[in-house]
Design a protein. Structure first.
Length: 155
């Protein structure tokens, strides 16, 4: 049983999957917990707020803080749209439709990000590009932190 769990339910000798018992499947799931995309979005919101607060404290200018908040929004809003689309229930058990849906939401995420970047100089006056880009980059790095966090929780 131990060998079957270490190989994730697959035997290296054969191409055939080894079915897991209910207990083995529960143990495997407990060892590899999933991370909610909404927790990642919440972490991005928190990072964006901290970056905006630091920008305001360091510079003393509200415009720099607003630019940082807008930079965070460029990461958070498309990410939230993607999370909503990816976690939505698809009728029936159609893996092909799930893949198409995920790909479609990926394109929506990219398009919304590009539009928000394009609108930045029009919506945030005066715009501080360094603050916007710093907040955007730091919020995007939350994805890496989430992967590291998930890896530590799985052990």
């Amino acid at each position: 049983m131990r060998e079957r769990l270490d190989h994730g339910g697959w035997d290296d000798e054969d191409d055939e999957p080894i079915p897991l018992t209910r207990l083995e499947a529960q143990q495997l799931k407990a060892r590899q917990p999933s991370l909610s995309p909404w927790r990642v979005i919440a972490a991005q919101v928190a990072v964006g707020g901290v970056v905006a607060a630091l920008a305001w404290l360091v510079t003393g200018e509200a415009e720099v803080a607003w630019s940082a908040l807008y930079g965070a929004a460029i990461a958070v809003v498309p990410g939230a749209l993607m999370a909503r689309g990816a976690t939505r229930q698809i009728p029936g058990n159609l893996p092909g439709l799930s893949a198409v849906s995920l790909l479609s939401w990926s394109f929506v995420k990219i398009a919304v990000s590009v539009v928000l970047l394009w609108l930045a100089p029009r919506l945030v006056q005066p715009l501080s590009w360094p603050a916007l880009l710093a907040a955007l980059v730091l919020c995007l790095q939350v994805y890496w932190l989430a992967l590291l966090w998930r890896g530590r929780r799985a052990k």
